[in-house]
Write a protein that binds this ligand. Structure first.
Ligand code: T3D
Length: 265
């Protein structure tokens, strides 16, 4: 596993891989190198069977402040027509790597979570917030539309009306409000943030990883499919799950009245 990135810290502890965006002096705003490194690290984590849960977080006092706006200024200085959609393709690769990861991904949000950094967190499976987090869909404030999958995920997480409000007004909400809306799964005091995130990651890393991957596949496919498609897929995936080592182990453990030991297979 590669660990010598310039702007991403990749730390393994057992089955948990923590990927930390690491430009703290810029509140972890995305530059091209950090985006490329994070994408490569996520794609590598997807392939590595020893990694059974991934945590995405930010170094210093923020999760992330969105796209590095100095790159926007640099674009302004060139006379070339700006076509940002090509650049967005690079973010889309990261989004696909996170949502398609065949194991759970937790986003751990603290300090600032805004712009495309926030929307990247929506393509993770679970979100834990520290109670100091300031969350905003900042795009409208700078005259842009939400990107990074935000329009897709946010309305599915919290409903159309509130998602549209957050995107139009671009106001900050705090962690408690984000939890109330369902935008994050849990908001905890900053002092407990790391420990809570880590305990959840370790719990997931010791779980039935293969089933988790298929639960993700079923849920993400069902987000945008009809009932027939969803029912067909659940049957196909259950055929695989029922033959998995972890399912067999669970049945055996139940009959032997002991806790199951999942291998993730
Ligand atoms: O393809 C594409 O390009 C994708 C497009 C994506 C669009 C987006 O992501 S839109 C959202 C862009 N982000 C923002 O609009 C947020 C900009 N930042 C802020 O408004 C403020 O920094 C915060 C409200 C987030 C935090 O304020 P505060 O007072 O706690 O911190 P600060 O002093 O403003 O920031 C600390 C440093 O981080 C500072 O650097 P300096 O002056 O000490 O050298 C600041 O410039 C830097 N920083 C923060 N955000 C960004 C940034 N530098 C570059 N880009 C940023 N987004």
């Amino acid at each position: 596993m590669q660990t010598d990135y310039q702007y991403v810290l990749a730390q393994r502890d057992g089955g948990v891989l923590t990927l930390t965006m690491n430009r703290p002096e810029k509140l972890n705003a995305f530059n091209d190198v950090m985006l490329q490194e994070l994408t490569e690290a996520a794609e590598e984590a997807a392939e590595n069977e020893a990694i059974r849960c991934v945590v995405l977080t930010g170094a210093g006092r923020a999760f992330g402040a969105g796209q590095d706006l100095s790159a926007f200024a640099a674009r302004e200085e060139t006379q070339e027509p700006i076509k940002v959609s090509d650049h967005l393709e690079k973010y889309h690769r990261l989004i696909r790597a996170l949502s398609g990861m065949p194991k759970p991904v937790i986003a751990a949000l603290h300090g600032v979570a805004t712009g495309i950094s926030l929307n990247i967190a929506f393509s993770c499976d679970l979100r834990i917030a520290a109670d100091n987090v300031r969350i905003s869909e900042a795009f409208a404030r700078i005259g842009l539309v939400p990107d990074g999958g935000g329009a897709y995920y946010l309305q599915r997480l919290i409903g159309f009306g509130k998602a549209l409000e957050l995107m139009l007004l671009a106001e900050e909400i705090n962690g408690q409000e984000a939890e109330r809306l369902g935008l994050v799964n849990k908001c905890v005091p900053l002092a407990d943030f790391e420990a809570t995130t880590y305990a959840l990651a370790q719990r997931l890393a010791q779980g039935p990883t293969k089933a988790y991957g298929m639960i993700k596949e079923l849920m993400y496919t069902s987000l945008s499919s009809d009932l027939q498609t969803s029912l067909k897929l659940e049957g196909e995936l259950q055929d695989i799950a029922i033959a998995s080592d972890d399912h067999r182990e669970n049945v055996k453990a139940f009959l032997q009245k002991r806790a199951p030991r999942y291998t993730g297979k």
